[in-house]
Design a protein around this ligand. Structure first.
Ligand code: AVI
Length: 320
């Protein structure tokens, strides 16, 4: 195979600059915040992979087993002769279930913001699927989604597993789904959505006993120190991830353990003791509330699969 096809290209430049601008703007707000998309540098992507294997983090194994169990039915709904576009592709592990089940895939387009990580995982996939046409893109799928059409215009199928949609506030989630819908016209979206459940179970999933989620959260500060020359004292911030039952979401914070000043890019940011920096929301839906949201984004919800415990759901949404 021509390995140049498996080399990711940049859909948008200057990640570095956008991280510093976003961090400076976010730390200047009250309450302070850091956008969760910056979790995923190479180290953050590896930490997220470890989260996915934690016993407390039921999402990954539940979604994977749903995809395996219903692969034939999913493949029938997807049809053949399609391009699969994965939004925020990560490890490229779950898509293998589709690559094995769907007939005649014309192209697989994984989009991810972590270029180094994408380069590595795409090489492994290319070795395992030598006949597959791959066009990896280093891209922020939260921005404009303009994908060049492929020759012959195969139907485009979006794949958005892992309940990443839950990391957007509901209005932003509807807007993102709407942009995805527009880029998938004539096709459909296969999307994984975590379900509302016992808050204790959710709390455990985001406060794991081995502290991997805490390291993942603090990686934002590690990254700012390394990439932007910031001087965050890692021991002076704590991971805090409560469930908010009113908004149906886990909220993640880094809490300053003392009064302190942090400097980055020549600017000073003061923290009082116990001051939170908001780093992530992870919304949980019911099957019905998610389907209503998909309808608001212009999709036609066609099929949904869930496990016996109703922990997680996978939805097939058509654009027409
Ligand atoms: C990527 N996303 C769906 C994960 C989640 O569960 O919201 C990110 C994560 N944050 C902490 N643990 C995992």
């Amino acid at each position: 195979m021509d390995t140049s096809l498996a080399r990711p290209s940049h859909a948008a430049p200057a990640w570095h600059e956008s991280f510093s601008n976003s961090l400076i703007a976010g730390l200047g707000k009250t309450p302070k915040e850091i956008a969760c998309k910056y979790f995923y540098d190479e180290a953050g992507s590896h930490l997220f992979e470890r989260i996915c294997q934690l016993p407390e983090y039921y999402q990954t194994r539940t979604e994977t087993s749903l995809l395996f169990r219903h692969a034939d039915e999913i493949a029938r709904l997807i049809g053949d002769d399609v391009e699969i576009v994965e939004f925020g592709a990560g490890s490229l592990r779950k898509v293998r279930i589709l690559l094995d089940a769907v007939a005649n895939i014309r192209a697989y387009t994984p989009l991810d913001i972590s270029g180094d990580y994408l380069t590595n995982v795409v090489q492994v996939l290319a070795a395992n699927y030598p006949a597959l046409f791959l066009r990896p893109l280093i891209a922020d799928f939260t921005g404009p989604l303009e994908l060049a059409p492929l020759p012959g215009n195969p139907r485009r199928i979006g794949f958005f597993p892992g309940s990443t949609i839950g990391n957007f506030k509901p209005a932003a989630a509807v807007a993102l789904l709407g942009r995805m819908r527009a880029s998938l016209e004539g096709g459909g979206l296969l999307i994984g959505v975590d379900l509302a459940k016992d808050p204790a179970r959710l709390h455990a999933a985001y406060n794991d006993s081995t502290g991997v989620t805490a390291r993942f959260n603090k990686n934002l500060l590690v990254r700012a120190n390394r990439e932007l020359g910031a001087d965050f004292d890692l021991d002076a911030f704590a991971h805090y991830a409560p469930y908010n039952p009113v908004e149906h979401r886990i909220e993640m914070y880094l809490v300053s353990l003392k009064r302190q000043r942090v400097t980055l890019c020549g600017k000073h940011f003061d923290f009082v003791a116990d001051e939170p920096v908001h780093t992530e929301d992870s919304h949980k839906y019911t099957i019905e509330s998610f389907r209503e949201m998909a309808v608001r984004a212009g999709f036609n919800p066609r099929a949904v699969w869930t496990d016996e415990e109703r922990l997680f759901s996978v939805h097939w949404l058509e654009t027409r």
